[in-house]
Design a protein around this ligand. Structure first.
Ligand SMILES: *Cc1c(COP(=O)(O)O)cnc(C)c1O
Length: 477
């Protein structure tokens, strides 16, 4: 085989292969282990020298599907509790396939008014869901990390302008370090964004009043006051990865206002607290932030990759990311938004389609119900942990996260970290259920996150069962 032009009549047949694999794959997700290491060897079938003559469309796709459906980590199934990972609702997945089918050049109005308008539509819907003013600017990003880069680049632009410097043309040279303050709940990706932006990851200072990383508001205020009126950036965290805990956003918004600071909110998954009356109070104050980060591939249950950045003053986005200065890139006319001038990407896919599809299919109510089911599942897990004599709950379940460790009677405290780390490895090797470990208040802990639309109480019951079974085996041996 050679030139794909000779195979143009195979395009629909190739997609039909994917379609026929999809049913059995998706139906099987509930029953299969999250990962079966004995199947990793199959990946060899994708290796080898670059083919000189290709296999042809159907044979190539067939091989990828055969290996992929077996050797994949089935993280879109109901028992992947590692990191903070959502699934993909049926409508979102179909919307994502549509994005591939239509393959829109997304970023400039002229190349796809369809993709640009749908991006505007979903950003409007998301602002409404999150309680953000409609006047906020926004852009879809690949992830929360990229949304941080977007929001913090806007913060940096604003901050440098306050020092009389246009950082887009002049860079950071000659400026002092940009002060960035947060609590100990801050996520590693905030530092990564600061490092990418040339601000330096260590410019971030955290003010915590306890080992769990919760904010010390007085210390934050003292740091802001000590700047003597110089501008600063405050990062508030809505939903942390260890326990789901949140900073007092409204209080931080008060401080930011009082000291003229830029308030950036990391609501990667926590932003979805705004959907339920049970948790909406946690998000109060977000509507006063200067920039807000959230993810689509987490609690919205849209496939990877999907994130969003919102910025109070849309003009700052244009200053931070426009100014291409390239004659072949057309400006948009009135009402024609070029989204690649509002964020770090140039070429991009129609990331809005899966978001549109899931919001259109299930609406605000459907997504609220899903979020509330996950609150219940996390609470159920906390109850199971409390009842188990060999498990220790370390924080109340908050949002979709439950933090605990394995603590069988008789094992001394100084051996627990090692035991939990080994149990974590055993859990991943077992593969029936996936959850990762972290460090919380100096302890090695499990912090499963339950935010996949497929996940129910039975799935966390299996997590507890498998952990206790493997734990008993480790302590017996
Ligand atoms: C996951 C997460 C991030 C980073 O998100 P990506 O989409 O992986 O870039 C940032 N902050 C918090 C609180 C997160 O949970």
């Amino acid at each position: 085989m050679s030139d794909p032009l000779h195979e143009r009549d195979q395009a629909a047949a190739a997609l039909d292969l994917v379609n026929r694999a999809a049913g059995p794959y998706l139906d099987g997700l509930a029953d299969r282990p999250v990962h079966d290491r004995s199947l990793d060897g199959l990946i060899d079938e994708l290796d080898g020298p670059l083919p000189v003559k290709g296999d042809g469309t159907l044979a190539g796709v067939e091989r990828l599907l055969r290996v992929g459906t077996e050797a994949a980590t089935h993280s879109s199934g109901p028992r992947f509790f590692h990191l903070v990972v959502g699934g993909s609702t049926p409508a979102a997945m179909a919307g994502d396939w549509t994005a591939s089918l239509l393959d829109q050049v997304t970023g400039l109005w002229v190349t796809s008014p369809l993709a640009a308008r749908v991006e505007t539509i979903v950003l409007g819907w998301l602002k409404e869901m999150f309680g953000l003013p409609a006047s906020y600017g926004g852009v879809l990003t690949p992830s929360a990390t990229f949304a941080h880069v977007t929001g913090l680049a806007c913060a940096r632009q604003w901050w440098a302008e306050r020092h009389g410097v246009d950082v887009v043309s002049e860079g950071l040279a000659g400026l002092p370090r940009m002060p960035v303050f947060s609590s100990g709940l801050v996520h590693a990706s905030t530092r990564k964004a600061l490092q990418v932006l040339g601000c330096g990851r260590d410019t971030l200072r955290t003010f915590s009043r306890d080992e769990g990383g919760r904010l010390d508001p007085a210390a934050l205020e003292a740091a802001l006051e000590a700047l003597g009126g110089a501008p600063a950036v405050v990062v508030a965290n809505l939903g942390d990865v260890n326990t789901g805990d949140s900073d007092p956003i409204a209080g931080m918004a008060d401080l930011a206002e009082r000291y003229g600071a830029w308030l950036h909110v990391d609501g990667a998954f926590g932003m979805f607290a705004a959907l339920s009356p049970r948790t909406a109070h946690l998000a109060r104050g977000v509507e006063r932030a200067d920039s807000v980060t959230a993810d689509g591939h987490k609690w919205l249950n849209v496939p990877y990759e999907s994130g969003f950045s919102f910025v109070r003053d849309p003009a700052v986005m244009g200053r931070a990311f426009g100014s291409w200065g390239s004659a072949y890139l057309p400006d948009g006319g009135p009402g024609e938004i070029n989204y690649n001038m509002l964020g770090p990407e140039s070429s991009r896919r129609a990331r809005a389609f899966p978001i549109w599809a899931t919001l259109r299919a299930y609406g605000r109510e459907g997504h609220r119900e899903m979020v509330e089911r996950h609150l219940d599942v996390a609470a159920h897990l906390a109850l199971l942990v409390e009842r188990a004599p060999d498990l220790e709950l370390l924080a109340p379940s908050r949002l979709c996260i439950t933090c605990f460790r394995y603590r069988p009677p008789g094992v001394p405290e100084n051996r627990l970290d090692d035991l939990n780390a080994r149990l974590g490895e055993a859990l991943l090797a077992d593969g029936r259920v996936y959850a990762g470990t972290s460090t919380y208040r100096g302890m090695t802990v499990f912090r499963p996150a339950t935010l996949n639309w497929r996940t129910t109480e039975a799935d966390v019951e299996l997590l507890v069962e498998v952990l206790r079974e493997l734990g008993a085996r480790l302590t017996a041996g």
